[in-house]
Ligand binder design. Sequence first.
Ligand SMILES: Cc1cc2nc3c(=O)[nH]c(=O)nc-3n(C[C@H](O)[C@H](O)[C@H](O)COP(=O)(O)O)c2cc1C
Length: 327
Amino acid sequence: MTFSWNSIKRPIVALAPMAGVTDSAFRRIIKKLAPETLLYTEFVSTNAMAHGSTKTRAMLEFDSTLERPVIVQVFGADPSILVEACKEIEALGVDGIDINMGCPAAKIVSSCYGSALIQKPELAQELVRSVVRAVKIPVSVKTRLGWDTDETLIPFVSGLVDAGASAIAIHGRTYKEKFTGKARWEPIYALKNALPNVPILGNGDIQSGADALAKLGNLDGILIGRGCMGNPWIFQEVIDALCAPTPDGEGSTMKPRSLREKIPIILEHLHLCCQLKGERTGVLEMRKNWSGYVQGFAGAKELRVRLMGMEREKEIVDLLTGISQKD
Ligand SMILES: Cc1cc2nc3c(=O)[nH]c(=O)nc-3n(C[C@H](O)[C@H](O)[C@H](O)COP(=O)(O)O)c2cc1C
């Protein structure tokens, strides 16, 4: 079935795009635990695609039955390069394309990608318009509250919507704020009031079902980023909280899982990483997940140190299986 933002069940609960994190292995784990989750990929460089990068093309691989709906996030600032890349991405059978207009990293902004586009609203609109004309799947944008103020949010996003953007996700911080302080959701609610017919998703600092329920407000959905690293179980918790809040109006907060309860999913995640990227890269890439998966119990630090030193999938499997079998 063709994906459209308006046909998807509300409230939308989505995996935020995260470079180096939201790869195919992690997306499959999330879908296994929370099938209703909407997936964004890591961002993909359209210039790297134009230069024939095999690494970038490998990032576009996805399981077309398990990972749906999947929105591929791209970055770039040259309309013709962006268009060619998006046509190629559409041909892979993905559900949507999202243009990154929020990344604050220096090397991204200095090339006029990501957040830099907030300061170039005409170019930002041209990018959206060009891609919308070139592909049939929906084109969305993820951006921030603004460059150094949220006062530009409504005019900036209105321009993107006029250019054809089908949905907008907002991280509740400005470029200048980077990741500091708390995400501010009030300007995102005001944006939804100004553009009631456009799906608007909020993003920033959701760590539990209760957080999601407290922050959803008038929005069409939310994106979860850092809160799912080492905790892919958060998606079903949030879906449950938003769809069936407890009688006191608060989302139920799940009891923390023991390591032993987590081990089967951790091992599946490890196995998928190794299967999709090769054992060496898979084991190395799993290292960024150990601090999230292995925490909150006596001896967690020592276990993390051991896991960080391991290079073979079997070593890790033996260690964790041994722990799960202890009485
Ligand atoms: C490691 C990491 C990588 C990220 N990569 C991307 C990215 O590729 N594209 C994007 O739009 N945002 C990216 N972000 C921002 C997140 O999508 C999200 O907007 C931000 O982390 C705030 O949400 P959170 O508080 O739920 O983490 C990244 C964030 C982190 C921590």
